[in-house]
Design a protein around this ligand. Structure first.
Ligand SMILES: [Zn+2]
Length: 266
């Protein structure tokens, strides 16, 4: 249940968890601190909130990278009248539409893994809707530091939000990039995803913080971009009938399960 802070630059932190290899973020200014993602249930959210309070007593804002439970079902621990909760347009509706199905699927997963307490916490987590919808790149002043919330394009979902910290040359990318495991294509748009990672790499950054795994260098993110481009090409070839699925699986940079999920014909 415990996590570990990594300081990426002055006042810019990633927090790593063994559970799902999750990575969340914290960016501190002189007036306000921005928490990036809130973990997967109220217990996990409270752990993160307490860990944040060990680093800063500033008023908080929260940015949700996307509506998957492990990134946002802990938001209730951060709710206060003075804490805006940012998300990209579509996140709120997706959360509303999918929360119960996510709850059922992942409670079952944790029960099957012999972790009934996590299943119970997930089953009872209060779903908090983001109250501040981002519709275009949005500068947020934290005091002595301005971050930009932006939607790099369709990819892991149709509403991914990234947080760019220009002075630290860091971007928190949510699940648009993943380190140490293949990306998750469950709700993905495989044809568009490479362009979203290109948009992240077009930022003046040296570090990309994934939603799962350790912070990545540009070279590591570029490698993932190449793999996502290969998947998009396989997807296109299967969709047009130029390639059968078995050949695509054989040519894929990712394991078979991941590839089959990515290649589903929509
Ligand atoms: Zn996700």
């Amino acid at each position: 249940m415990t996590g570990q802070w990594l300081e990426l630059a002055d006042g810019v932190f990633a927090r790593r968890y063994q559970e799902l290899d999750l990575t969340v973020g914290l960016v501190c200014g002189t007036d306000r601190a921005l928490v990036i993602d809130t973990r997967g249930d109220a217990v996990q959210g409270a752990e993160l909130a307490a860990a944040v309070r060990e680093l800063t007593s500033l008023p908080l804002a929260v940015a949700i990278t996307h509506a998957h439970f492990d990134h946002c079902f802990g938001t209730s621990a951060f709710v206060s009248p003075t804490t805006p909760i940012y998300a990209y347009q579509g996140c709120r509706d997706t959360l509303r539409a999918t929360a119960e199905a996510q709850r059922a699927e992942w409670s079952e997963y944790y029960r099957a893994r012999g972790e009934p307490a996590v299943a119970e916490a997930l089953g009872t987590a209060e779903i908090v809707s983001p109250d501040t919808e981002v519709t275009a790149p949005l500068g947020v002043e934290l005091g002595g530091r301005r971050v930009t919330l932006l939607h790099p394009g369709l990819g892991h979902t149709d509403h991914d939000l990234a947080v760019h910290v220009p002075d630290a040359r860091v971007v928190f990318a949510g699940d648009l990039v993943e380190h140490g495991a293949p990306p998750d294509f469950g709700d993905a748009l495989p044809l568009e995803w490479p362009a979203a990672v290109e948009a992240l790499l077009a930022l003046d950054v040296t570090t990309l913080v994934p939603g799962h795994g350790d912070p990545m260098s540009r070279a590591e993110a570029s490698e993932q971009h190449r793999e996502l481009t290969a998947i998009a090409e396989l997807y296109r070839s299967v969709a047009t009938g130029d390639l059968d699925v078995e050949a695509a699986v054989a040519a894929s940079p990712y394991p078979e399960d991941t590839t089959r999920t990515a290649l589903r014909v929509r």
